[in-house]
Each structure stands twice: as structure tokens, then as C-alpha cells.
Design a binder for this molecule. Structure first.
Ligand code: SAM
Length: 235
């Protein structure tokens, strides 16, 4: 696994140290082992885990500098993209959020075994945590992958982002359609699409589009709305 990961990362000009590769290996072993008794991922074949989980998660580093800042991963699940990014950026503080506590228990085990002391986990719904002063508008960058459609995701994620901070959404070819449906959400949540990056993950036919949004003003207190509302009735 380590050799293949190193090779694929090099194709993206990302260099992983021996310590990072060892941490990825521990994460990989725990993911596969725990997945036997807990639903963490449908992807278990080694090459696919490397490409679709590890390389996909860290590919953002080609375009956005996450060093020495505060990052939140909303709906992290089994730790994607948060854990691979925390391995790549040991000096950056990561908060990994999810509404399912058992997945966070898995992440806590991973961070302990990998000695990742730049990660904390927070259990709760993004709608509630976004109203909590401990997390509201406290992060330089928010990342999120495979959690909700863009109009919903913008309401879940932008409350965590500081003014002038960024929200990075891992999307696919459907981005243009989702952007069309997000015009109102973008305006109400004071966000602009700063840039989009389209690329293929090396050694695969897997295509990724990263959408990077910048927040220009503080949010009105009423956002995010109460839990469940963003999905039931998107902005
Ligand atoms: N980001 C991970 C990945 O790419 O593999 C997990 C994706 S999984 C499909 C979606 C995750 O988002 C689940 O773990 C779910 O519990 C979490 N989630 C969904 N809605 C949420 C919300 N409103 N607040 C917090 N977490 C949420």
C-alpha cells in the first residue's frame, strides 16, 4: 500500500515522508479491520482506497495551501478528507465533525494510533454546531466531501468559516448544475465562487471538481437554520 500511495502522490508532485506513509498505513489497516464490523466505507480494494480516499483527499493541496491554519471537515464520516489532510499538514489544526458518533470513535482510535495530535473530533449536526460560538466563524478553511447537494452544503458549512475564509467543496461534473441551484444560497450566505479546479486522479478514470468559495461578510444569526431544515427546504 505504502509504495503505491507514494507513487500516486508523486504523480501529483506531493511528497510524503516515511512518517506520513507509516501513518497512512496504520489508518489503512484500521479502516479495513474496523470496516468488518462497522459500516465505514464501500471501498476496500487497496488501489481504490489509495486513489478514491487517500489521494482524492490530499489532492486539494495542489491548489489550496492549508498550512498553519485552522480547518474544519464537515460530515467527515470515516475521516475523509480530514485524516489524510491532517497527516499531510501536521502543523495545521483540524476539527472533524459528524452527526454519527460511532464514526468519530473510529477516528479517535485512528488519531491515537497514528499519534496525530493536530486533530479533534466534534459530535453533532452541522446546523447545531454552526450556532455554537465555539465553532461559529472560527475557521480559515472548511472542507467537505460527499455530504449534501451544494445549496444545502453551503448552509451547513459557511457558518464555520471566518470572514474572508474559504469553503472547499469536493464535487464532480455535476458542479455547474449545482451552482445554478445555489444562486440564492450564495447570495444569502455572502459567498462567491472564487475558483473551480477540474482534474483527474492519477492512475484512474476518476474525475474531480473542487469548488472554492470565499465568504465576504458575517452571516445573519438565523443561519444555519434548525437541524433538518437546510435539507428539507434548501435556500
Ligand atoms: N466525508 C466522508 C467521505 O467523503 O467519505 C463521509 C461521507 S458520508 C456519505 C456523509 C457523512 O456526513 C456521514 O458520516 C453523515 O453522518 C454526515 N452528515 C450528514 N449530514 C450531516 C449534518 N447535518 N451534520 C453533520 N454531519 C452530517
Amino acid at each position: 500500500m505504502k509504495d503505491y500511495l507514494k507513487l500516486c502522490a508523486e504523480k501529483l508532485s506531493i511528497s510524503l515522508t516515511e512518517e506520513m506513509l507509516a501513518q497512512f498505513e496504520i489508518f489503512y489497516d484500521l479502516l479495513l479491520e474496523t470496516n468488518k464490523s462497522m459500516n465505514l466505507t464501500a471501498i476496500t480494494e487497496m488501489h481504490e482506497v489509495v486513489l478514491k480516499h487517500f489521494i482524492d483527499s490530499i489532492s486539494v493541496s495542489k491548489f489550496i495551501d492549508l498550512s498553519h491554519c485552522k480547518v474544519v471537515d464537515v460530515g467527515t464520516g470515516a475521516g475523509f478528507p480530514g485524516i489524510p489532510l491532517a497527516i499531510l499538514y501536521p502543523e495545521t489544526e483540524f476539527v472533524l465533525m459528524d452527526s454519527l458518533n460511532k464514526r468519530l470513535n473510529f477516528i479517535n482510535m485512528v488519531t491515537e494510533k497514528c499519534r496525530l495530535n493536530n486533530v479533534t473530533t466534534v459530535h453533532g449536526r452541522a446546523e447545531d454546531l454552526g450556532q455554537n460560538q465555539e465553532y461559529r466563524e472560527k475557521f480559515d478553511i472548511c472542507v467537505s466531501r460527499a455530504v449534501a447537494s451544494l445549496p444545502v452544503l453551503l448552509e451547513l458549512c459557511t457558518p464555520f468559516v471566518k470572514v474572508n475564509g474559504k469553503f472547499v467543496s469536493y464535487k464532480s461534473e455535476s458542479l455547474q448544475l449545482e451552482l445554478e441551484k445555489s444562486k440564492n444560497a450564495l447570495s444569502v450566505l455572502h459567498c462567491n465562487l472564487e475558483k473551480e479546479y477540474s482534474y483527474s486522479i492519477p492512475d484512474s478514470d476518476f474525475f474531480r471538481v473542487l469548488a472554492v468559495f470565499q465568504k465576504s461578510k458575517k452571516l445573519e444569526k438565523r443561519y444555519p437554520r434548525q437541524a433538518g431544515k437546510p435539507k428539507r427546504n434548501p435556500l
